[in-house]
Design a protein around this ligand. Sequence first.
Ligand code: GTP
Ligand code: ZN
Length: 344
Amino acid sequence: MTPHFSLHQLGWKPFFQLQLSLEELENSIPARVFGVERSLIYLLSSEGSLTIPVIKSMPDLAVGDWVVVDTEHRFIRLLERMSLFSRKASGTQVYRQLISANVDTLLIVSSLNNDFNLNRIERYLALAHEAKVEPIVLLTKADLCENPEPFVEAVQALDKMLPVFAVNAQDQASLQALDLWLSPGQTLAFLGSSGVGKSTLVNTLLGGALQETNAIREADSRGRHTTTSRSLHLTPSGVLLLDTPGMRELQLADCAQGVDETFADISALAMQCKFSDCQHESEPGCAVQAAIQSGKLDQRRLLNYRKLMKEQAFNAGTLAEKRAEDKRFSKMVKSAKNIKQRKT
Ligand SMILES: Nc1nc2c(ncn2[C@@H]2O[C@H](COP(=O)(O)OP(=O)(O)OP(=O)(O)O)[C@@H](O)[C@H]2O)c(=O)[nH]1
Ligand SMILES: [Zn+2]
């Protein structure tokens, strides 16, 4: 038996509906990707679960993507994404690996112990902003912390508009503050170091340990329970929880915009510096240094801004360099082949 979900429960939104032509509205089926394997794509639609083969003409797909298939379940096209997390993948060829798409909210998870680290939270915020996903910070293990309040305040100081909550990930009642973000059809993803409570949060939100949706198990007709097929869970209230292993390996690459957005206060101050190319070190008329002197801006924050900007530029650089290197190499192979052919 395949359970059925409405498109709304699967996260369908006007943004996707508006992309369909009249022809597609009548003759095609929208479906959400919840598992990606080398040769198979697992989909959920309002008609149940589908498995389709990967074909050459298909674009790269990520968990969370919306696609349309025809009535015979053949892939037609990928719909434009609302948001996308990707990472630089290495190997023989360096390319951008897609991690997850159409996430509405990113739960940045940090525990109230040695893991608590503002620099790391800023790094995750930059990733969220770059992916165009709304971040929320969850400070877990509040039950083990004598006074969570100063930690909440320190995170709140990073961004006045940022929702920040101290919670006990094992306790459903303590997660009630999240209700605003837990309406049916919303897709949530998690980011945080190992051991901070991401799996615990997923389980608590699912209302009991490992209460995975049947749809996700059933979709694999051969009864296999693969990692990919476990990456999207549906809670009893119709919230989609995305928990792909790839989220754990996200890096900052090529995301100057995400970093800038995360440090909007510094960018705004920089506009007031006397020199447009001010490095905010010891230049005269530097508004950023003035803010540090007057206690309005934390020195730590400026240092982390610099560090993250450098890191993303470096990673973006190596990505571009690798591509150029690959090109040079294939040219070399080609010309070597030509020489060989001429000789023989
Ligand atoms: N007391 C308490 N324990 C928690 C809380 N959150 C998580 N834990 C415990 O911390 C341990 C690690 O939690 P996990 O949920 O496995 O952490 P994770 O982030 O999924 O870790 P990885 O799978 O390694 O990425 C488990 O023993 C949890 O029971 C909390 O809010 N309070
Ligand atoms: Zn300056």
